[in-house]
Ligand binder design. Structure first.
Ligand SMILES: CCC/C=C/C=C/C(=O)SCCNC(=O)CCNC(=O)[C@H](O)C(C)(C)COP(=O)(O)OP(=O)(O)OC[C@H]1O[C@@H](n2cnc3c(N)ncnc32)[C@H](O)[C@@H]1OP(=O)(O)O
Length: 259
């Protein structure tokens, strides 16, 4: 179950994480007290990916149906549900930082490539393992990884071979933008950046996220037209006046209203 503790942290504990992540991000999206999000793993590793035993049970249940169209319908629903979980990170208006330690395998790569910012520890490693499991990745990695790292060749190599990529290479290719020495330094570093983002105008930050994602998938002109529409509204926001006044008066403690 996806549940939230008193510090506002969500926990995804069991093999339903691929479904429940959407529930978390839909809730976070509506939470006006939240301005930035950190996804991290507790325990030995960030994630081992999909729970293979759970997946085998599902596949066996589907195999019991005797018609190909009925079997396909079940998988259609599962894939659609998991895809919408990953996409919920992009649809969430708040910037999402993935803080990755140790292994990030399979579905973990689908997840982090939908995040805004990725940091890891020096012992982290990444593996697009799906081909080794006999699958073509189907919940985001094939679509997002080439754009995230900007190298179609490297993305194909990683996806076809399922080889492990270590933190140094992840930094060099742009999968992550910072590497930390330890888990505690990683979390501290991610929290510092999240706090920095949280101090900024939520109008400006959330509009920036929406437009970065829109522009990634559209032409430059379409992106320019899109931000024009957003900003014809946002230039009227009190946040702009407050932020500009803050700069002119050298006041670094401007507090922006919730959004
Ligand atoms: C519609 C589908 C959409 C989603 C698709 C997603 C696809 C994927 O995620 S593909 C990738 C799936 N994951 C894997 O293949 C990971 C396999 N596991 C490993 O590589 C290693 O176990 C790992 C590096 C995670 C840990 O290695 P370590 O030596 O530290 O521990 P182990 O002794 O190997 O494992 C400990 C126990 O955990 C079990 N286990 C590990 N991973 C999984 C998993 N993904 N699903 C289920 N169980 C897993 C492992 O069998 C050991 O169990 P036990 O023997 O009972 O102690």
């Amino acid at each position: 179950m996806c549940h939230k503790n008193t510090n506002g942290r969500f926990f995804l504990e069991n093999n339903n994480w691929l479904r429940e992540i959407k529930q978390c991000f839909d809730e976070i999206n509506e939470d006006e007290n939240c301005r930035a999000v950190i996804i991290s793993g507790e325990g030995k590793m960030f994630t081992a990916g999909i729970d293979l035993s759970d997946f085998i049970v599902t596949a066996q249940k589907v195999a019991e149906k005797d018609d190909v169209a009925r079997k396909a319908k079940v998988f259609h629903k599962i894939i659609e549900t998991y895809q919408s979980s990953m996409t919920s990170l992009e649809l969430c208006k708040k910037p999402i930082l993935a803080a990755i330690h140790s292994a990030c395998i399979g579905g973990g790569v689908d997840l982090i490539t939908a995040a805004d910012i990725r940091y890891c520890t020096k012992d982290a490693w990444f593996q697009v393992k799906e081909v080794e499991v006999g699958l073509a990745a189907d919940v985001g990695t094939l679509q997002r990884l080439p754009k995230v790292i900007g190298s179609d060749s490297l993305a194909r190599e990683l996806c076809y071979t399922a080889r492990k990529m270590n933190a140094d290479e992840a930094l060099t290719c742009g999968l992550v933008s910072r590497v930390f020495g330890s888990y505690s330094e990683l979390i501290e570093g991610a929290l510092n950046v999240a706090e920095d983002i949280a101090k900024k105008s939520p109008v400006a930050v959330q509009t920036t996220k929406a437009n970065l994602i829109y522009s990634r998938d559209h032409t430059v002109q379409e992106g320019l037209d899109h931000i024009k529409l957003w900003n014809q509204l946002n230039l009227q926001s009190e946040d702009l006046t407050q932020a500009a006044m803050g700069i002119m008066t050298k006041d670094e403690n401007i507090k922006f209203s919730k959004l």
